[in-house]
Design a protein around this ligand. Structure first.
Ligand code: ADE
Length: 335
């Protein structure tokens, strides 16, 4: 399974939890978000009110869940965690909401996957702490209204564009976009992770992992773990440049952090469509990937690298991308 896929192995989830920063001091980067939250949290605390609802968005693995935990800790609130796909029926949401107590935080991950009916129950719950549900079906159905405790919804999504604007507008505390990390920030995160895991790693080896981590802490930490595995199996003590390069080679990760599957997207775009423009659906079909995976997993990082561009007529490979794959672009106008 590629390292950048949303699905994760159990051991990796355990690892992620162990490495999750437990205080703000260890939460590296995302400075504008931290500054905004600091004010929001302090003001709510001073007024003795629940924090307003917050929406976190951005590519996978940048620390949205971690941030929700830190906010809960700072507010001294219990946090209940769920996700869009786990809330299948209105009753599931009703049960979650009615079990909250005052000041609790409800964290809904992948909120873009909530269905419409459930979203509509969420609106009054967010706005006026009112749970409006219909009991029964047909002529005997009746509507009941329950008052909810003051709670905070923290929702997270990788796909902000899929959220309806009525839902987006109800996040009165703010809609916060997490950005990719810088290489020095990832180095700091890796350094802390290595310390926690008891790994000895040379600075150069750490830098190489950081450079190829797609600016994403979750990926950086997994690469670190794979390098530790490699060193252990080959009975090498400590991780140096050689161990890291061999690990990355084994995983098919290139100098820009691209995996085989990313390169395939670029390769298909170049060889089958002369570098584009090509529509997302066509590109997905030609690469045997689904549209969602291309949009959520491959595309954000390829855009960030400047390897593809989105145009009104579809995706286009840039000159950087042609160069990276060692291919010659056609003579027609290039980006
Ligand atoms: N893990 C995920 N996000 C992180 C961050 N911002 N700092 C440290 N570790 C992290």
């Amino acid at each position: 399974m590629p390292l950048n896929q949303p699905e994760q192995k159990k051991e990796d989830i355990g690892l992620e939890k162990a490495l999750r920063p437990l205080d703000w001091e260890h939460y590296i980067g995302q400075e504008p978000i931290k500054k905004g939250l600091e004010i929001l949290m302090q003001a709510a605390k001073e007024r003795n009110e629940a924090l307003e609802h917050i929406l976190l968005y951005g590519p996978a693995g940048l620390g949205k869940t971690t941030l929700a935990h830190l906010i809960a800790k700072e507010m001294g609130s219990a946090i209940r965690i769920t996700s869009g796909p786990a809330i299948e029926r209105v009753g599931d949401l009703a049960s979650l909401l009615t079990n909250l107590t005052s000041g609790n935080i409800l964290f809904i991950d992948e909120v873009h996957r909530l269905n419409k009916t459930i979203e509509e129950v969420l609106y009054p719950a967010m706005e006026s702490r009112s749970l409006d549900i219909i009991i029964g079906k047909g002529p005997g159905a009746r509507s009941i209204q329950l008052e909810l405790p003051s709670f905070t919804l923290i929702a997270a999504t990788t796909r902000i564009a899929l959220l309806s604007s009525p839902l987006r507008s109800r996040f009165s505390g703010g809609v916060l976009r997490l950005d990719y990390y810088t290489v020095p920030e990832i180095e700091k995160i890796l350094s802390r992770s290595a310390h926690i895991l008891g790994i000895t790693i040379r600075p150069k080896a750490l830098s190489i992992i950081a450079e190829r981590s797609r600016f994403t802490p979750r990926i950086a930490n997994r690469l670190l773990k794979r390098a530790r595995d490699w060193a252990q199996v080959h009975k090498v003590s400590g991780i140096d440049e050689d161990v890291v390069l061999k690990t990355l080679d084994l995983l098919g990760i290139d100098q820009k952090g691209l995996e085989e599957a990313d390169r395939k997207v670029l390769d298909v775009l170049m060889t089958k469509f002369k570098g584009g423009p090509v529509g997302l659906g066509t590109l997905a079909a030609a690469t045997s990937e689904d549209i969602q995976t291309i949009e959520e997993v491959y595309e954000p990082y390829l855009l960030r690298l400047g390897f593809i561009e989105r145009t009104p007529r579809g995706r286009v490979a840039t000159a950087h991308a042609w160069q990276h794959l060692g291919k010659s672009p056609p003579q027609s106008p290039l980006l």
